[in-house]
Structure formats: C-alpha cells, structure tokens
Ligand binder design. Structure first.
Ligand code: ADP
Ligand code: MG
Length: 307
C-alpha cells in the first residue's frame, strides 16, 4: 500500500500550457524520492497538485488513504511542503510563523516538538527575530520548520538546494536523513543529476510534463545512460506567460483567514514581483482577504492601480 498514489493526473493552465501529461506515480512509505527534471518540466506543478495548491485538470491523488480533493483536510494534514519561494510573512517572528502554521492543522501551538524542530534547524536562538531580519539561508530554514510544524508524514522539498550555500545544503541533507530515519517519506525535486543519484532511493525523470521513468538509481543510470540523461535534462525552458491575468490563483481556507496560495511561483516573472511589491507596501500574504480570482484583481484591490 503506497503512502501516496498519483493516477492519471494532468494539468493544462488557463494560458493553454499543458504542464503535465497523464502522470502515474506511487510513493512508498519511508522512501526518499527525487523528481529530476529541467526548468519548466512540471515538477512544481506536480507537487503543487499533490499538496492541493493547484487543481489538476484530471486524475486522482490519494494520500495515506485519503482522496486529496474529497478529503482535502485529512490529506493535507499529512503533508509538509517546502516551496521554492518564500511563503512567509516577513514581519512575523520565526516562532509565531511556525506556531501559527501548526495551529492551522488543529494542533496546539506550544510544544516541545516545535522547540526540537527549531533547534534542529539552528533557529532556536532566532525564534523571536522577525523573518525579514534573517539571512537568506536562515529564511530557507524557516520554510522547512514551517513545513514540519504539524508533524507531516510526507515532506515535499521543491528544489531545496538550488541557490543554497554549502553549510545549509549539508544541514538539509542531514535533516532529510534524520527525518527519514524517523519514518518520514521525502519527495524532492531537483535539476541536478548528481543530487538525485546521491540522495534518493528512487528517481523519476520528468521532462515536458511527462514522467519518463521511475526506478531505482542503478537501473535508471543503466537504462538511460548518463549522456542521454544529460541531454534529456538540457531542454530549453518553456516561455513564461507575461500577463498576470493568465496565472491561476487558488484560495485556500486556512483557519479563520483566507490566504492566497500562488501557483508555481519560482521561475516566473509575475508572482515574485507582485509579492515583492506587496512586501514593500507592508502587506503580509496571510492578511489578504478577498474573493478576487485573478492576480490582477488582487493587485488592484490592494494597491488601487493596475500592475
Ligand atoms: P518546474 O518546476 O519543473 O520548473 P513548473 O511546474 O513550474 O516546472 O512549470 C511547468 C510548465 O507550466 C512551464 O511551462 C511553466 O511556464 C508553466 N506554468 C507553471 N505555473 C504556471 C501557472 N501558474 N500558470 C501558467 N503556466 C504555468
Ligand atoms: Mg519548479
């Protein structure tokens, strides 16, 4: 019985980009699985769908026996997501951020568990600091602490080591292995072959929205060959839709406040600049409250002018 099962999942964005062709994937409990693919392959889309941030065009996802759409809360509470982009309120403290996240999943705020997570990530001494005061590496650590706040069974790490310094990379891998020893299942995305080879028990190669191969590392390298794999991963990036209005935005009801969750922010132009703009204006994401359905409308709402 896999802990996570993805069956026939596809995604075509409103812009017309098909980011995923039917994807089938079973994840075993306790394994480290790497989703390996170049920029634009569909990695973030796939994990965003599994985490309930992006709605699939078709297909089903089962997390620990729960249907990820019908039993969203049950499924989601078993998942922790470390996104590529910062998704925290810069004006909040480390401890408040992690505690708030834990409470959203219906767990009590104060706990020895949170202290342990913060200590493991060398964040305990910084727990009363505002996130904006922290270095880039420390901010990344906060994302991990936040993802672990509710003791998830499956941890997703989206490009965890891209643009990260050596010390953090080392700490991250130590943490990943420690979590796995504690029974956590780990799914990470990467565009580094060496990283997938070194870190994961099994590797799935994804390119142009197709999951090409899922296998253990040895047979992956044998079947595909290093050179072919290198070539497969050197596909150019797909063009990014420049128009904010083309981006999907989904709303998630998290506790009392509605919170925007943006689709696949990372390599895309619109979202980071919007978020930066909002940060400059002192608007924390989790304070947004509106029924608007496009980024453009949200922006107009908040700023009173078009982007
Ligand atoms: P990866 O994480 O592997 O770099 P993504 O899942 O981010 O890939 O992107 C896959 C494809 O879908 C790309 O062509 C990208 O431009 C497109 N895409 C991603 N997110 C959105 C979105 N919110 N709206 C429209 N197109 C998107
Ligand atoms: Mg990505």
């Amino acid at each position: 019985e896999p802990i996570l099962s993805v069956a026939g999942v596809t995604k075509t964005y409103k812009s017309g980009t098909t980011a995923l062709h039917p994807v089938d994937l079973d994840i075993r409990k306790g394994e480290i699985f790497a989703l390996l693919g170049p920029n634009g392959a569909g990695k973030t889309t796939l994990i965003s769908i599994i985490c309930g941030i992006v709605t699939p065009s078709a297909g089903t996802i089962t997390v620990a026996g729960f249907d990820a759409i019908q039993d969203y809360k049950q499924a989601r509470s078993r998942i922790g997501l470390v996104p590529q982009e910062l998704n925290v309120d810069m004006f909040e403290t480390v401890l408040a951020t992690v505690t708030f996240s834990r409470r959203l999943f219906g767990r009590s705020g104060h706990s020895a568990y949170i202290e342990q997570v913060l200590r493991d990530l060398s964040l305990w001494d910084k727990r009363h600091a505002k996130i904006m005061e922290l270095s880039g590496g420390m901010k990344r650590r906060v994302l991990i602490a936040k993802a672990l706040s509710h003791e998830p069974e499956i941890l997703f790490l989206d490009e965890p080591t891209a643009g990260v310094d050596v010390a953090l990379r080392r700490d991250m891998w130590k943490l990943v292995h420690r979590l796995r020893e504690g029974g956590t299942t780990i799914i990470l995305t990467t565009h580094y072959i060496e990283e997938a080879e070194e870190m994961a028990d099994r590797v799935g190669v994804i390119n142009k929205g197709k999951l090409l191969l899922v296998d253990d590392k040895a047979s992956l390298m044998k079947q595909l060959g290093k050179r072919e794999l290198d070539l497969a991963l050197q596909e150019p990036m797909t063009a990014i839709p420049p128009d904010l209005a083309e981006w999907d935005v989904s709303l998630q009801d998290e506790g009392k406040r509605l919170r925007y969750v943006f689709d696949a922010q990372a390599d895309h132009t619109g979202i980071p600049s919007l978020l930066r703009k909002l940060a400059e204006l002192g608007i924390g994401f989790k304070d947004l409250e509106t029924s608007k359905s496009s980024l453009e409308d949200i922006f107009v709402d908040l700023v009173g002018e078009r982007a």
